[in-house]
Write a protein that binds this ligand. Structure first.
Ligand SMILES: O=C(CO)COP(=O)(O)O
Length: 242
């Protein structure tokens, strides 16, 4: 039985005060959430400590949005897995398309980050997905196969989540057709050594399309950007109807 994992990716949004405000509105709704759904908030580094203190022992787990591959060193501006562990972080997003696009991340650096994260007991969420140009050229499967192949080299598939996020669907309101996403995710699964790895869909997930997305047989959860910033909306997503 595969796990269901619903994660919010706040990206570079919310100060500590705003994060606490979010919790006030969000936590009340979780009593309705079935036990088999993992709920994760992947927040900016600056909000991790506050969220950790306020969520300790509760239903919601905390994730970071990146991690360096060394334990410590002269890497200005970077954060190590040990530093995240100390704050109670359990998950970390790796290789998000925004990091690949704006910060020069590659499949190779994603692979290094994945291996170190696992070594320190963090569960990585590896993001993969094609651009509009690649999709139009019929290169979706080949591109993702390469991201998976290189990204997961020597990675333990027993402590891993994958997020399929078509780049053209991120932040655009242009959701990938749910049955289409289901097929791509099925093909990703067939490439894995462990077919039980949870695979999420991400890209313009909203309260009004979550039920259809989660009705798909291969989709084990979602990675939500913009709609995870609103406590009511994200609660509706977490409590999707089957
Ligand atoms: O990039 C995403 C999650 O990591 C998706 O963002 P949106 O939900 O805002 O499209």
């Amino acid at each position: 039985m595969r796990k269901i994992v619903i994660a919010g990716n706040w990206k570079m949004y919310k100060t500590q005060a705003e994060a606490l405000e979010f919790l006030k509105g969000f936590l009340d709704h979780l009593s309705e959430t079935p036990d088999n759904r993992e709920v994760i908030l992947c927040v900016p580094f600056t909000a991790l400590s506050t969220l950790s203190k306020n969520l300790h022992g509760g239903r919601v787990m905390i994730g970071a949005q990146n991690v360096h591959w060394e334990t410590e060193g002269a890497y200005t501006g970077e954060v190590s897995p040990l530093m995240l562990k100390e704050l109670g972080v359990r998950y970390v997003v790796i290789g998000h398309s925004e990091r690949r696009q704006y910060f020069g991340e590659t499949d190779e650096t994603a692979n290094l980050r994945l291996k170190t994260a696992q070594q320190y007991g963090l569960t990585p969420i590896l993001c993969v997905g094609e651009s509009k140009q690649q999709r139009d050229a019929g290169e979706t499967d080949a591109h993702i196969a390469q991201q998976i192949d290189k990204g997961l080299a020597d990675v333990d598939q027993n402590n891993l989540i994958i997020a399929y996020e078509p780049i053209w669907a991120i932040g655009t309101g242009d959701t990938c057709d749910a049955t289409d996403a289901n097929q791509v995710i099925g093909r990703i699964r067939s490439q894995l050594k462990n077919p039980d790895v949870p695979i999420q869909y991400g890209g313009s997930v909203k309260p009004n399309n979550i039920d259809e997305i989660m009705a798909q047989s291969e989709i084990d959860g979602v990675l939500v950007g913009g709609a995870s910033l609103d406590p009511e909306g994200f609660a509706r997503i977490v409590n999707y109807q089957t």
